[in-house]
Design a binder for this molecule. Sequence first.
Ligand code: GUN
Ligand code: ZN
Length: 446
Amino acid sequence: MNSNKLALRGDLLDLTGTPALDDVDSPVVRFRPDHWLLIEGGRIQAVLPGAQAPGDDWQREDHTGRLLMPGFIDTHVHCPQLDVIASYGTSLLDWLDTYTFPAEQRFADPAVAAPGSSLFLDALLAHGTTAAVVFPTVHAESAEALFAAAAGRGMRIVTGKVLMDRHAPEALRDDVAGAEADCERLIARWHGHGRAAFAVTVRFAITSTPEQLAMAGGLVGRHPGLYMQTHVAENRDEVRWVAQLFPEARSYLDVYHRHGLLNERSVLAHGIWLDDEDRALLAATGAHISHCPTSNLFLGSGLFDWRAAVASGHRVSIGTDVGGGTSLSMPRTLAEAYKVQAMQGQRLSAWAALHAGTRGAAEALGLGHEIGTLEPGLAADVVAWDWAHGPVATHRDAVARGAIAGLSEQALHARVFAWLTLADERNVAATWVAGHDRYRRISSTP
Ligand code: GUN
Ligand code: ZN
């Protein structure tokens, strides 16, 4: 429903700054239990205590007993890979050849790409994700379909035709001149139109010739507002192959740097096998890593060292990386991120995890003025979450609620951490994009 004046009641949770990785008592947590979130003209207008209901000119929706949070931002995910999510038995390079490249060929056909894009975006919304940085396929038609489907839903999507002109099946290869023309056409048609933004989308260094990387760098240089997305240092065999293909580069990341592809709008997925010099280069250029824990575990790629990232000063956001990743749910992904750090003797607080999935991602994308918090003036991309789904989570939440009586930040952390660890798409009751009602769970008793 398009309501010009919409008031949502629930437990408001967002972050006002950047929490330390393991700080469970962070001052930047803003928890406002039982408040009204006022939305006007698609933007957050104000917040009122629950007892102060807004007037009758507001359409009121009562989500008392639910969490109201900014929509999650998934900074690395592949639209055409819903077809191959949960495919057995391979690591990255085999997985691409066996499952992914065959599936992506189907997206050459707009009759596949259009419904595929709709299915994908509706699935994001049903998982509580309202904005995403997305890979379609090499086909301009697939980027076109995704942009069109996102515009139809008012979603903030960053995407662009995938560049790949070698080491892939013929049906998935482009060429430098054709790819450049496709990108220029898509930029003119979509970049900055509504909430859309174009990303120069280099699949990875293996599938682009140096000439194509130079062309990609040229696009980034000519159009300063563009994003750049790619993969980097995900898998050890991949890293070895890149070293053979680009012997002149100091490292895998340096391949992108040499081609002018690193700046504050660059989103690089994975970044597991980086060294400190690489991390310093990310910090210096403003490029950032989208950490994709479910994918890294599923494909056996490795453990991302988040503490080293923080120490170097580069930003980290979170990607589901479906279909290498195994869920579009950001809570599930963040719960796996916690485990990846635990495997390295490190801790990731619920606050740091939520930050990476909301405000931190928005800031890393230069969109902190637009999405990622419940600050007045921002777009009303909002999700209502049940605190618990099913008997175990309901019991666990009741225990956490009992302990919360004093409302200390640490007791709140215990409750939110349990929510984050146990929640998935079944907890999503409703999703709004710029104040528009875009998803509603069929049975939604609070
Ligand atoms: N590296 C190059 N392409 C891909 C992809 O589709 N998924 C993942 N996880 N890594 C990649
Ligand atoms: Zn990926």
